[in-house]
Design a protein around this ligand. Structure first.
Ligand SMILES: [Zn+2]
Length: 463
């Protein structure tokens, strides 16, 4: 509707009540100013609105109410959840392994599953690894809540769940599963996390829970230094085309001769999504070769910089328009403030008027910050970017600097069972909308390397 308002096909937007127009004052202001620019007015059936200063203030207040209403609604929802938590009630979904729900949605211990929980915490606390615990569980007939065999991920979730020590935690930030950035989740503000000790029946002691958390911390630190020895050139960029998880580096030594084998693979490896792993040496070498052809040569680099400069000039033109809209809104707020000031000078001093003036002032400050943060881009000069070719040729392939250089030009690599797509990022950090996708069949990629690729740990001089 907003987009159509410029086409001269209607001149009024009629709403039942103003809170139908927008639940957020900021959105409302932006949209209204866009409509105003296109000479379209907003009218409400239930609220009378004209263009007098009083009515402008009235309108803002009505919008303020709508916003309050929607904020209040979410607060009510939170309150409901908190009450459930205080009573130890389960707030939706399947209960965690070890528990069932009674008629009032309280967690009650499931004795058989609780044995598995106790075993998992005790074994982990005594220093056993995930695979040992999993094989014990599976060989003793325990399954997950859904009746499937245990995976490493199921153990990670269980070992992080404080409910097992009797502490009801609700609305916690998603735990960082297995170093996977896709799971890191937004951290919730402390006051939104509800923690009620003793609100659900404990299966293990709090001492054991703490012992397990400490061991997990130590393991994370050790794993970190272990993995950093092998440099995965495109780590974090390889995405499982089936389940969407990020492929992780995996290093193993096989056979009598302890042959090194490094790969990127989906965390669920075979067990869940069925996608195949990707030989790390082959993939890294292929990416280097691809970037040599597509980016790191004079002709390609010039071509990409030209394309980016076209993008920049288009962006700058749109920027001017956007800036004008915000500036108009800023001027409007300034005028409203002046009206209120005038009213106050005439002796009309009410709490609501002062509150309104404060609100307008903070909105105006927000717009001012937005305007100062907006900036246009200057066109790029090829000569300033020639150093990239030099870096690509000279940096050692197993250095962090080289990895950073490579990763700057890779948006992501989607891996499917029989093919793979590399999406190049050609926006030079200014935009990620300039891309090029190169597809290769897995068989063709592996055929490129009849022998182990040797290029990885030595300098190349054939660019
Ligand atoms: Zn997967």
């Amino acid at each position: 509707m907003i987009a159509d308002s410029g086409k001269n096909i209607f001149d009024i937007v009629l709403v039942h009540k103003l809170d139908r127009f927008s639940r957020d004052r900021y959105d409302s202001a932006i949209y209204k100013s866009k409509l105003k620019k296109n000479r379209v007015s907003v009218a409400s059936v239930l609220e009378r609105i004209d263009d007098s200063p009083e009515s402008v203030i009235m309108e803002s207040m009505l919008e303020g109410m709508a916003e309050y209403y929607s904020k209040n609604l979410s607060r009510e929802v939170m309150k409901g959840m908190k009450e459930n938590a205080l009573q130890g009630k389960h707030t939706g979904g399947t209960p965690p392994l070890g528990y069932d729900l009674d008629a009032e949605n309280h967690l009650v211990i499931n004795e058989h599953e609780a044995e598995a929980i106790i075993a998992i915490f005790q074994m982990y606390g005594e220093g056993l690894g995930y695979s040992e615990i999993i094989s014990w569980l599976n060989s003793h007939g325990y399954t997950t809540k859904r009746g499937t065999p245990f995976l490493k991920t199921s153990l990670v979730t269980i070992l992080a769940n404080e409910k097992y020590a009797g502490v009801y935690v609700y609305n916690q930030a998603v735990p960082k599963k297995l170093k996977n950035p896709a799971y890191s989740g937004k951290k919730k503000p402390e006051e939104e996390i509800i923690r009620v000790p003793g609100a659900c029946p404990a299966i293990i002691s709090h001492e054991l829970f703490d012992k397990v958390q400490k061991r997990k911390q130590r393991n994370r630190e050790r794993m970190g230094s272990f993995y950093s020895k092998e440099l995965y050139l495109v780590s974090g960029k390889v995405i499982c085309g089936i389940c969407g998880r990020i492929y992780q580096g995996n290093l193993r030594y096989s056979g009598q001769s302890h042959t090194r084998y490094a790969a990127y693979r989906c965390e669920t490896h075979k067990a869940q999504c069925g996608n195949k792993e990707m030989n790390k040496d082959y993939l890294d070498a292929y990416i280097i070769e691809l970037l040599r052809n597509k980016v790191f040569n004079k002709r390609s680099l010039k071509k990409h910089i030209d394309a980016l400069n076209r993008y920049i000039s288009k962006f700058n033109a749109e920027y001017d328009e956007h800036y004008e809209t915000i500036k108009a809104e800023y001027d409007e707020l300034t005028e409203s403030l002046a009206n209120i000031t005038a009213a106050i000078e005439r002796g009309v001093i009410t709490d609501s008027l002062i509150k309104r003036a404060e609100d307008l002032e903070s909105q105006r400050t927000a717009l001012l910050i937005q305007m100062t943060n907006m900036h246009q881009f200057n066109p790029l000069d090829y000569a300033d970017y020639e150093y990239l070719l030099e870096d690509f040729r000279t940096l050692p392939h197993n250095s962090e600097k080289y990895r950073a250089l490579i990763q700057q030009f890779i948006l992501r690599i989607n891996v499917y069972p029989y093919r793979m797509e590399t999406v190049l990022n050609l926006g030079f950090g200014i935009t990620d909308t300039l891309t090029e996708t190169i597809e290769i069949r897995r068989g063709d990629l592996y055929a490129k390397f009849k022998e182990e690729p040797k290029c990885l740990n030595e300098k190349r001089d054939d660019t």
